[in-house]
Design a binder for this molecule. Structure first.
Ligand SMILES: Nc1ncnc2c1ncn2[C@@H]1O[C@H](COP(=O)(O)OP(=O)(O)OP(=O)(O)O)[C@@H](O)[C@H]1O
Ligand SMILES: [Mg+2]
Length: 239
C-alpha cells in the first residue's frame, strides 16, 4: 500500500478574534484513504475545513497538499489543485435547479465534453437525481440536497474531497446511502477527509481517524482501533 502523503497539516492555529478555535493541530492524510475527524459540536471541525480550503486564513501553522505548501492560498487556487469542499449545511443555490447547481461545480472546466462526462458519472452515483435535473434544489429532501452538494463537488474533479458533516440531520437510511457513496468515491481513487459528529458512521467507513476536542487532536489511529477503544466508545459512541 502506498503511503504518499496527500495532506500534511502542521501546528495549525485559527482564531476568531483572540479566541483560538483550532489550537496547534497537526494531522496528515495518506493516499488512497478515507480519513475522518470526529468531534462534538464546537470542537473546531468546520474551522479546520475552512482554513484548509482558503475560506479562513490560519494565524499560524502550515498546510501541504501533495507536497506543495498551500498555506493561506485562495479558495480558487486550491480548487485548481484538486482540493474541493462539500460545506457544512450544503450551501446549495436553493432557487436554482439541480442541474444548474451541479454545473456550478464545473465552473473551472471549459471542456464541455468533460463536463458532460462528469455529469454522467455523478448521475450514475446518484440515480435519485437522474429525473430531477430540472427540479428546484430547495424543494428536494435533505438527503437529495446532500447528494446535490456532493455531486457539485465531484463536478469540480477533486483529488482530495473534504466533507463537512454530510449526514447531519438525515434519517438513518439516508446516512447509510451517503456513507456508501463516500466509499464508492474513495474506491474511484479520490482521497477523502470527512469530518463528522456522527462517530459511528465516520469510524465505520474511515481507514484512519482523528478525535478532536476544543481545537486539539486528542487521539488518532486506525479507525477500527479507535472504534474499539474504551475512551472513544464512552465519549462518542454512547456504549
Ligand atoms: N465566525 C465565528 N466567530 C466566532 N467564533 C466562532 C465562529 N465560528 C465558530 N466559532 C467558534 O469556534 C469554535 C469551533 O467552531 P466550529 O464551527 O469549527 O466547530 P465544529 O466542530 O464545526 O462544530 P459543529 O459540529 O457544531 O459544526 C466554537 O467554539 C465556535 O463557537
Ligand atoms: Mg461544523
Amino acid at each position: 500500500m502506498s503511503t504518499e502523503t496527500v495532506l500534511e497539516v502542521k501546528d495549525l492555529v485559527v482564531k476568531y478574534g483572540i479566541v483560538p478555535a483550532v489550537n496547534g493541530t497537526s494531522f496528515s492524510v495518506k493516499r488512497g484513504m478515507i480519513a475522518s475527524i470526529v468531534g462534538s459540536n464546537g470542537a473546531g471541525k468546520s474551522t479546520i475545513m475552512k482554513a484548509l480550503t482558503g475560506l479562513l486564513k490560519p494565524n499560524s501553522g502550515s498546510v501541504q497538499l501533495y507536497g506543495e505548501d498551500v498555506t493561506g492560498m485562495e479558495p480558487d487556487a486550491l480548487v485548481a489543485r484538486g482540493l474541493v469542499l462539500v460545506p457544512e449545511g450544503r450551501r446549495l443555490f436553493k432557487e436554482m435547479s439541480v442541474g444548474e447547481n451541479l454545473e456550478m461545480g464545473a465552473y473551472r472546466q471549459s471542456d464541455q465534453m468533460l463536463v458532460k462526462r462528469n455529469l454522467e458519472r455523478v448521475l450514475e452515483l446518484f440515480p435519485a437525481l437522474q429525473n430531477r435535473l430540472k427540479t428546484i434544489a430547495g424543494s428536494l429532501s435533505g438527503g437529495q440536497q446532500q447528494m446535490v452538494a456532493v455531486g457539485r463537488a465531484l463536478m469540480a474533479e477533486p483529488k482530495l474531497l473534504l466533507l463537512d458533516e454530510p449526514t447531519i440531520g438525515l434519517a438513518p437510511a439516508i446516512v447509510d446511502t451517503i456513507a456508501e457513496i463516500i466509499q464508492s468515491i474513495a474506491t474511484e481513487g479520490v482521497d477523502v477527509l470527512l469530518v463528522e459528529q456522527n462517530a459511528e458512521m465516520a469510524l465505520d467507513i474511515a481507514n484512519y481517524a482523528f478525535i478532536i476536542e476544543r481545537g486539539e487532536i486528542l487521539l488518532q489511529g486506525p479507525a477500527a482501533e479507535l472504534a474499539n477503544s474504551e475512551e472513544v466508545r464512552k465519549a462518542y459512541l454512547g456504549i
